[in-house]
Design a protein around this ligand. Structure first.
Ligand code: FMN
Length: 471
């Protein structure tokens, strides 16, 4: 038999989503999941319906057949099935009896409940148009023995197991006309909103890049069911964590140490009130006076120095001038010096606890490339100083689940504004930079990008402007 003549599953097998409990209380049967509940009369038709539903092996019409003996009551079955669908308590499967062996593909809701507005019901959705294909937002992962297809536009995940699957998925390449089996699979994916027939306004969708939408949906609640927040998932027993937390202070480099000025030791009298700094803050890309080592020290002290660490739940926390989730402060500051009298050009790490710079690397092709990137982004000559902000990711991921990287980016925002305001108050020239090369920077500091990676850049220099902002 030719492949496209094989029998195709004509209807979906409908079952109950994992986590829905059924309790028979005598007069009633109660279905429950989380805070939601649904009560049915304890009669023969309801019990037959629930037995079939629990087996995940019946189609919609077979399920409605539970009320066959009493036609008006089958309406009750439709209402019930729609209600279960609205609650997102139903799963839909295709069972492929392929030559390689049995393969099962199941669409399982992954959003917490009705809030995701997964309407219309998958079975009510018009079938996929001819030539329809997978959405560019759909992706697959190999997880716990199954291939899992997901899309940030879908309230479902599609889990697939079985030996026919690689062949079925490979047929989505479009190199061959879809077989009957592939069409059935595509139709299921369409009903789970994973094909290119999107309900959303195309001009809105076009402006979402895949990685942005994926990141957004997975770091905010509503489209996933994973735990989110400070779950301490790597802590195990807090007294004896399964993975020890990363210490609050960065393991130091071994280069020369340069002591820095603190505000007390500074001769500067440039003090501006907060409200004036907020009013006068501007991005200044032109450096028309040299930045001094003294002002660099005072600047770093106000922005990022830390004089306090404490142990809470076996993780060291600290305090810095800008806020940070859980006091973990995973951000590190590196100072790439182009020109600063008293400081050799090169790369330095700022030790927040000691308020000193530690030399990390000499200038070279890589550091020059980092400077050139910053200059290009500002459309100005190289800055006198480029501050590169890194994240020691494991420090924050040890405590926070689902939102760890999103938190880091928020922390960068807090730090950037702090640096802007301090620079403004000190009459320096500040400018945030929107992008940077993390791979290159990790290479310069000799770290794995998975352990410590650059996440923000900030150009700083001296400015000839006056304290009243008159430029
Ligand atoms: C996160 C962030 C990234 C930025 N990236 C750049 C950049 O790459 N190049 C640049 O010249 N300015 C950059 N800026 C500065 C903005 O262009 C600037 O804030 C904006 O034009 C408003 O001007 P103002 O800061 O003087 O109020 C960035 C600002 C922020 C907050």
């Amino acid at each position: 038999m030719l492949e496209d003549q094989k029998p195709v599953p004509t209807d979906y097998l409908i079952g109950l989503r994992p986590g829905v409990s059924i309790e028979n209380t005598g007069h009633q049967v109660v279905l429950c999941r989380g805070a939601e509940g649904l009560t049915l009369r304890n009669d023969e038709a309801s019990l037959r319906f629930l037995e079939k539903l629990s087996s995940s092996s019946c189609t919609r019409s077979e399920l409605l057949g539970s009320w066959e003996q009493n036609p008006p009551a089958s309406l009750k079955g439709q209402v019930l099935l729609d209600r279960l669908g609205d609650l997102e308590w139903l799963i839909f499967s295709l069972d492929f009896d392929a030559p390689e062996g049995r393969s099962v593909v199941t669409a399982v809701p992954v959003s917490p409940g009705e809030s995701s507005g997964m309407a219309p019901q998958p079975w009510d959705r018009p079938a996929l148009r001819a030539g329809g294909r997978l959405s560019p937002f759909t992706y697959s992962r190999w997880l716990s023995g199954s291939t899992v297809l997901r899309s940030p536009l879908s309230a479902y995940e599609v889990r697939a197991t079985g030996p026919a699957l690689p062949r079925l998925l490979a047929s989505f390449t479009g190199l061959r006309p879809p077989s009957a089996e592939t069409s059935a699979l595509l139709d299921l994916l369409h009903r789970a909103r994973m094909t290119d027939e999107h309900e959303e306004d195309e001009t809105v969708l076009e402006q979402w890049e895949f990685h942005d939408l994926l990141f957004h949906c997975h770091t905010r609640d509503g489209r996933h069911e994973r735990p989110s927040g400070g779950t301490f998932r790597f802590a195990g027993n807090l007294d004896e964590p399964s993975i020890p937390p990363v210490p609050a202070l960065h393991q130091s480099y071994f280069g020369d140490v340069i002591p820095l000025c603190a505000p007390e030791g500074s001769t500067s009298t440039d003090d501006m009130g907060l409200f004036q700094a907020l009013q006068q803050r501007r991005s200044v890309r032109q450096h028309d006076a040299p930045i001094t080592l003294e002002s660099l020290g005072v600047f770093l002290h106000h922005c990022a120095s830390s004089h306090f660490t404490d142990d809470i739940d076996v993780v060291q926390v600290s305090r810095r001038p800008y806020p940070g989730g859980g006091g973990l402060h995973e951000l590190e500051l590196y100072i790439l010096v182009n020109s600063c009298p008293g400081l050799e050009p090169g790369l330095y790490h700022y030790r927040v606890g000691e308020h000193v710079l530690c030399r990390v690397a000499d200038s070279g092709a890589d550091t020059e490339a980092l400077m050139d990137d910053a200059a290009f982004s500002m459309a100005h000559p190289r800055p006198q100083v480029l501050i590169v902000v890194t994240s020691r990711f494991q420090r924050i991921a040890w405590k926070y689940e689902t939102i760890a990287y999103a938190l880091t980016l928020k922390h960068v925002g807090c730090l950037l504004q702090t640096m802007y305001l301090v620079a403004t108050a000190m009459s320096l020239a500040p400018c945030a930079i929107g992008g940077g090369n993390s791979e290159l920077f990790s290479r310069v500091i000799g770290s794995s990008p998975l352990v410590e990676s650059s996440v923000g850049e900030f150009a700083l220099g001296g400015s000839a402007r006056t304290m009243d902002g008159g430029r």
